[in-house]
Structure formats: structure tokens, C-alpha cells
Design a protein around this ligand. Structure first.
Ligand code: KIV
Ligand code: ZN
Length: 524
């Protein structure tokens, strides 16, 4: 009989934050990340004070295994968790990836709902129950900290759910996570469910209960908060709500709701809230998933007041329209910062203030781009520097690099682009006509790097006000059921467009293999 972990005290109001940006978040189509990018996110989450980082699904691919292994070695404070289905191979692979973690956790799961049992697993209820016992016992024989999840728990018969939970705790799981896998529940129901399982499962006091919500009805955060009220003391979430379909519960919204409304919800997390904006920008830059402008907490409009009445109120007293200060989540108000004459040290200091710490090489690249921008643009704002650095980050791990672009365009045509790219270290040039300037630029990329990917999204926005503002372009490319986002920033919209497209293409190629097919080869 395995040794039991110490349960959390009932009265304990500390809620553990379990971040799954690198696992469930990465599962969203187009959000795949390289190893280096995952490391950067893991470091940021650790600095931010999350309690558990779910770093990946080790059996899913060698890349996932490697990411979990590296993050396990890297992370200092948080527990590092690897996901495993109920089979022996999954659990052993997760254990292997976590071998060097200071505080490893194996998270094993199996579906419990009738629809999943019948159509996905083709297993009878009793077979699922046996699998729960076997999988948790095996995981517990390998590591002390085991989390168990009944996938699609919220559509599972209550009796069967309770039997599975009891068996998982009996076999040694110290955390029981209840996922609303398909985002079907409403808050009252989740509250009742947590109350019910905690009351009915005889050994429920021996485990920490956890909630994991998807956002299909836009209720993931509300459901997570209801679960906490119902006794959950771990909440699973992602930065910016990244995740499959409509995403997972957003970490920043849960943490700030608990923080701002502690009068109604007297629970604490260990998250340093001033790191939230930085983490949000990093995840958005790396995945090239734009954050909705009016997104709570981290949207660019979340703290801006446009209407006259609101502005007037704000001038008289900020509490008229602001329930938290932007500084609490690490948002600094826009400021005129630097110019042509600013040196490398001032630039480095400014980056640190904005929450970036770049290595020497990355700093040199970013500084060169800053100087080029300062030559073109009179006023450089914080937002310009953020766009510039994010663009440089997003273009890490590249096989294709932008070199130069000349475009001839006008109402009478022809629209012609002469584009130079560096492909696997070799410079290639194409001069191509198109149906408009953007089309000419994208055709030139396709001529240099032949591929079949389709343009799924092309979006331009100005980083700041003014006609000399930088353009930030988001591009989504789709091929063979896969997709990748890219983002590029520049004062010239066409250069930003080329950069955005190339960033997406690099990601799409990276998903397939590490090397680029020869020109004229099969491409994507
Ligand atoms: O949504 C879900 O059910 C999951 C489980 C693997 C926890 O992500
Ligand atoms: Zn999930």
C-alpha cells in the first residue's frame, strides 16, 4: 500500500496555480513552440510564482519529451509535471522525462464519461476503474506526487465518478483534478459537483481537489472560481487562456479576480501579479496568437479610457472607472522613451523595465533594429520597443530570414516585389509581379521557398498612433490540417507583412521537420 502524501488542511485558503500553457495551451492548432521558446516561458512562469508547470506530454513526441526533461532541469521553484495516459508506456516515459526535476509530478488521466467510454475507449466502466487503480499505483511507485484526472468528468455519472476518485486516492493520487473537458458546465453545477464529490468520496480529505476548465461557453473562469468556492484548492489554467478550441481558463483572469475581489473570495495564490503583462506578451509573441484588444486584464484596451465621460471621471479620481491599477498587473502607461541618441546601456535598461532580459547576441540584434527604427521614426514609445523585441523573439529558430525588399506599386500597376531572403544560410532573390503589392511580396516568398500552405489570416494593426507608427502584421498559414501563426513588425507595412509570413512559414516548416526541403522539392 503506497505511502500517503499529507493532505491540505480544509481551512487552508491557499489556491495552487497549475499552469498548462506548455501542454494544453500548446495543443491549440498553430500554437506549437520550439524548445527554446518553451524554456523561456517556463522560466517566466517560475519567476512569476506559479506552483506547478505542466511542461508537456512526454510520450507524444521526442520534442515533448525533451521539453519536459529540459524544463525539469531548469525550473527552481515550481513543481514540474508531465502528462501521461493510463498506459504503462506513457507513465514510464513521463517518469523518465521528469527524472531530474527537483519536485516532479506525474499527471495521469483516463476518460470516465459514458460517451468517452463507449466511443473513444471502447471500455466498460469496470475496465476503466481497473485502469485507474493500475495507472495511479504505477505512477505512485515511481514518484511521490501523482495527480489523477477523469477526462470529461463533468459528463460522468456521479456514482461512477465518486468510485473512480476513491480508487485513485486509495492508489496514491494526492491531487484529484476534475476537468470540464468540453466546456459544457455552468458555475452552479461545478460548485455542486465539487461539494458532492468532497462529501461523498470517503477518503476525499486525503487529496487536494483541482479544477480544469475549457472555455467553449465562455465560462471557464467563472466555473474555476465556483470550483474554488466548492473546495478546489488547485486551479489549472493558461496564460491568455490559450488552449484547444475556445481555450482554457485564463490564469490572469482567475488570479486577478481572486486578488481584486478578496472581499467575496478570500483565497490567495502565490502569483506575483506584476509579472502578468510580461508573461502575456511573451506567450503572445512566441505563439504569434494575438491577444484580443478588449481581453480582460491583458488586452491593450483593458486600461484605456476613450470616452469623454470616462476620461473626465478618471481625471477627477481613478477609482471612478478603474477597479485595479494597471501597475498591479505590470502594465506601464505609454511613455515617450528613447531616441536616436540613446545608447546600448539605456536600451538594455529600458528592456529590463519592460520585463525583457536578452542575452548579448539577442540584445545586439534588437539594438541594431532599434537604431534603424530611430532613424525612421521620431518618437519611440514603449510599445514600439515591445513590438520590435517580440518580432525578434518570434523570429528565433529560423531557417528562412528576411534580407531586403523593394516594391514598386501604384494604382496603375504593375505591382512588383524584389525580395531577398536567406534560406539555410544561402541568399536567394526573386522578382515577381502580383495582384497588388502584398500579393507580389507573398508570391516572391513562394517563388524562393515553394510550398502549398494557404494564407488563413492576414491582419495589420498600428502599434502606436501617428502615420509613422510601426505596422504589426499577423499571418496564419495552413497546410495539411496544420497551421502556424507568425508576426512581423516594421514601419513599412510590406516589410512587416513579409516578416510575418516568413515567421509563420518557419514555424510550419519546423512542425514538419528541422530542415527545409530543397528549393523545388515537396515543400509543405
Ligand atoms: O481537458 C482535459 O480533460 C484535459 C485532461 C488531460 C486533464 O486536458
Ligand atoms: Zn484540457
Amino acid at each position: 500500500m503506497p505511502k500517503k502524501m499529507m493532505p491540505k488542511k480544509e481551512s487552508d485558503n491557499r489556491v495552487l496555480v497549475f499552469d498548462t500553457t506548455l501542454r494544453d495551451g500548446e495543443q491549440s492548432p498553430g500554437a506549437s513552440m520550439t524548445l527554446g521558446e518553451k524554456r523561456r516561458i517556463a522560466e517566466t512562469l517560475d519567476e512569476m510564482g506559479v506552483d506547478v508547470i505542466e511542461a508537456g506530454f512526454p510520450i507524444a513526441s521526442d520534442g515533448d519529451f525533451e521539453a519536459v526533461r529540459e524544463i525539469a532541469n531548469l525550473v527552481k521553484g515550481a513543481r514540474v509535471c508531465g502528462l501521461a495516459r493510463a498506459g504503462e508506456a506513457d507513465i514510464r516515459r513521463a517518469h523518465e522525462a521528469l527524472r531530474h526535476a527537483k519536485r516532479p509530478r506525474i499527471h495521469t488521466f483516463i476518460s470516465t464519461s459514458p460517451v468517452h467510454r463507449k466511443h473513444k475507449l471502447q471500455m466498460e466502466a469496470e475496465e476503466v476503474l481497473d485502469a485507474v487503480k493500475r495507472s495511479v499505483s504505477l505512477a505512485r511507485s515511481l514518484t511521490e506526487d501523482v495527480e489523477w484526472s477523469p477526462e470529461d468528468a463533468t459528463r460522468t455519472e456521479h456514482d461512477f465518478l465518486c468510485r473512480c476518485i476513491e480508487a485513485a486516492i486509495e492508489a496514491g493520487a494526492s491531487t484529484i483534478n476534475i476537468p470540464d473537458t468540453v466546456g459544457y458546465s455552468v458555475p452552479d453545477e461545478i460548485f455542486d459537483l465539487f461539494r458532492m464529490v468532497r462529501e461523498r468520496v470517503p477518503n476525499s480529505d486525503k487529496a487536494v481537489f483541482s479544477i480544469h476548465c475549457h472555455n467553449d461557453l465562455g465560462l471557464a473562469v467563472a466555473n474555476s472560481l465556483a470550483a474554488i468556492r466548492g473546495g478546489a484548492r488547485q486551479v489549472e489554467c493558461t496564460i491568455n487562456g490559450l488552449g484547444e478550441r475556445a481555450g482554457n481558463a485564463a490564469l490572469e483572469e482567475i488570479v486577478m479576480a481572486l486578488n481584486v475581489r478578496s472581499d467575496r473570495m478570500p483565497y490567495e495564490t502565490g502569483v506575483e501579479t506584476t509579472q502578468i503583462a510580461k508573461a502575456s506578451k511573451l506567450v503572445s509573441a512566441i505563439t504569434a496568437f494575438p491577444v484580443q484588444y478588449n481581453k480582460a486584464i491583458v488586452g491593450r484596451n483593458a486600461f484605456s479610457h476613450e470616452s469623454g465621460i470616462h476620461q473626465d471621471g478618471m481625471i477627477k479620481n481613478v477609482q471612478t472607472y478603474e477597479i485595479m491599477s494597471p501597475e498591479t498587473v505590470g502594465v506601464k502607461s505609454s511613455s515617450l522613451v528613447m531616441g536616436k541618441l540613446s545608447g546600448r546601456n539605456a536600451f538594455r535598461k529600458k528592456l529590463a523595465e519592460l520585463g525583457y532580459s536578452l542575452g548579448d547576441n539577442a540584445l545586439s540584434v534588437a539594438f541594431k533594429r532599434f537604431k534603424a527604427l530611430a532613424d525612421k521614426k521620431r518618437h519611440i514609445y514603449d510599445e514600439d520597443i515591445i513590438a520590435l523585441v517580440d518580432d525578434s523573439f518570434a523570429r528565433g529558430d529560423r531557417t528562412i530570414r528576411f534580407v531586403s525588399l523593394e516594391v514598386q506599386t501604384g494604382s496603375e500597376g504593375p505591382n512588383r516585389a524584389r525580395l531577398a531572403l536567406e534560406v539555410s544560410g544561402e541568399e536567394r532573390v526573386a522578382s515577381v509581379e502580383g495582384n497588388g503589392a502584398v500579393d507580389a511580396v507573398f508570391r516572391a516568398i513562394r517563388e524562393i521557398v515553394p510550398h502549398r500552405a494557404r494564407l488563413g489570416l492576414y491582419q495589420v494593426h498600428a502599434v502606436t498612433g501617428g502615420t509613422d507608427a510601426q505596422a504589426e502584421v499577423s499571418v496564419r498559414l495552413e497546410a495539411d490540417g496544420r497551421s502556424a501563426y507568425g508576426r512581423g513588425a516594421h514601419t513599412d507595412t510590406l516589410v512587416a507583412s513579409a516578416r510575418g509570413y516568413i515567421s509563420a512559414l518557419n514555424k510550419l516548416l519546423g512542425q514538419e521537420s528541422d530542415t527545409l526541403p530543397a528549393v523545388g522539392g515537396r515543400g509543405i
